[in-house]
Design a protein. Structure first.
Lengths: 154, 292
């Protein structure tokens, strides 16, 4: 399509800019629902959409209470634009209990809890430069939706 | 114009990280970290999450609590909830009552509380969470607790996702808070009615940890209604202060066959009858403000 009236170009750009965040939210929700929630089954998710957009080199932490006598699944799910993503589970003193890197990049972890306790889930996307394609000139820093799902078994 | 465009995109990138409640962002230098290792030094956003009423109900049921519909919020009160914050808080309350009824397989009350939650969700514009198709699924699965719980869990998720997607995260926070407060109210009332209530009381005492997370989560929202609620929750936090949780650290073990890890650390919860009475009173006060 050729735009003959050049005065319209800024208006069109503005319309795209205004629509971008809405599309981003919807995209992240749609991704989490379509790709992530089904993988959590048979665990019952906690009903909260824990998702965010991360760029390479960024990380996010989720603080959560796990309850005695319950079995849980913690799962990290990311869009394909993020080539590599990992997560760690730490106790409140930041002592690492699980590291997905040590489990061949596992996407989820199932565990039983004997004492109700606070835990920290750290999700991180490695910095650019730490995978082969990032060394190519002109490679853009990638970003994408990351969903962190927590499910329990009744 | 280009500047406006770029500024807007920058705001967009920032906003997109707000679906979880963000507390702080730190920058650090991760230049020396191992290749592909997860570093704690890189920029980090901190979020908090709260157990759903379904999980809370499951916990107190395992602790020995029984079903008692007299402790639930009457659906007759629904016409009193006309403000957005009132509707959001009570959507959480009715959601918790719905969870309680469904986990205890009370089909009639499950339908009652589903209808109440649907009415408030519809009034808040969240038609996708408790729509006609969900109603049909519930009706078709009233005798199947597992399916029922999964359907209700999906409705919670839809509610939360809709609100966050539409930049109403503070409303989502009120729904979550309303659900937790009702779950706590029901738990404290059931503790009074349960003969050997040690386990139920311990589960209540452990919510000291979740209360900290809830307050941290709500502080992330700039909303006067939430500020009032946080003030009430801070008073509840004071009531929880004397509750002592002591841990005995044990290394985790992995079941060779199932590959499931067990976190073997154990805990003891010290909570006296007097402390429980103060906590129960504070919770009842907050809950009364919400449901009146």
């Amino acid at each position: 399509m050729i735009i003959k009236n050049h005065k319209l170009i800024p208006v069109i750009l503005l319309m795209f800019a205004l629509a971008a965040p809405i599309a981003s939210y919807a995209q992240c929700k749609g991704f989490a629902k379509r790709k992530c929630l089904p993988e959590l089954k048979p665990f019952i998710h906690n009903g909260q959409l824990n998702s965010t957009t991360l760029m390479e080199g960024e990380s996010a932490e989720l603080v959560i209470t796990f309850h005695a006598g319950q079995q849980y699944r913690v799962m990290v799910c990311a869009q394909q634009s993020l080539k590599k993503i990992g997560f760690k589970m730490m106790d409140i003193d930041r002592e690492v209990i699980f590291d997905s890197e040590e489990q061949a990049g596992a996407k989820y972890w199932d565990f039983n809890v004997n004492a109700t306790q606070q835990m920290i889930i750290l999700v991180a996307v490695p910095k650019p430069g730490k995978h082969a394609s990032a060394n190519l000139p002109g490679t853009l820093v990638q970003s994408g939706c990351v969903a962190l799902l927590v499910g329990f078994q009744d | 114009m280009a500047a406006v465009f770029l500024c807007y995109l920058a705001a967009c990138a920032s906003e997109s990280g707000q679906e979880m409640t963000e507390e702080s962002v730190d920058e650090g230098d991760a230049a020396t970290e191992e290749p592909n290792a997860i570093s704690e030094e890189v920029s980090s956003k901190i979020f908090y999450t709260i157990p759903s009423p379904l999980e809370l109900t499951s916990i107190i049921k395992k602790a020995g609590a029984k079903y008692d519909k007299s402790v639930l919020n009457s659906t007759d009160n629904i016409s009193s909830y006309v403000t957005q914050s009132g509707m959001a808080l009570n959507l959480g309350v009715y959601g918790a009552d719905l969870s309680y009824a469904s986990i205890f397989e009370q089909t009639q009350e499950t339908m009652h509380y589903f209808a109440a939650a649907k009415k408030l969700a519809d009034d808040l514009g969240i038609t996708s969470a408790f729509g006609e198709s969900t109603l049909t699924r519930i009706q078709n699965n009233l005798d199947n607790k597992d399916s029922l719980v999964a359907i209700i869990s999906d409705s919670y998720w839809e509610t939360d996702a809709y609100l966050k997607e539409n930049k109403q995260s503070s409303i989502s926070g009120l729904v979550v808070a309303g659900g937790w407060i009702e779950g706590m109210y029901v738990s404290t009332k059931l503790a009074e009615k349960t003969e050997n209530n040690t386990d139920v009381v311990s589960r209540i005492g452990e919510q000291k940890l979740t209360l900290d997370n809830l307050i941290s989560m709500l502080r992330g929202y700039e909303d006067p209604e939430i500020a009032d609620l946080v003030s009430d929750l801070n008073m509840l936090k004071e009531a929880f202060e004397p509750v002592v949780i002591t841990y005995s650290r044990q290394p985790p073990t992995v079941d060779a066959e199932s590959k499931v890890t067990t976190l073997n650390t154990t805990s003891t919860i010290n909570i006296t009858d007097e402390q429980l009475a103060v906590i129960s009173e504070k919770i009842e006060g907050i809950r009364t403000k919400i449901v009146k």
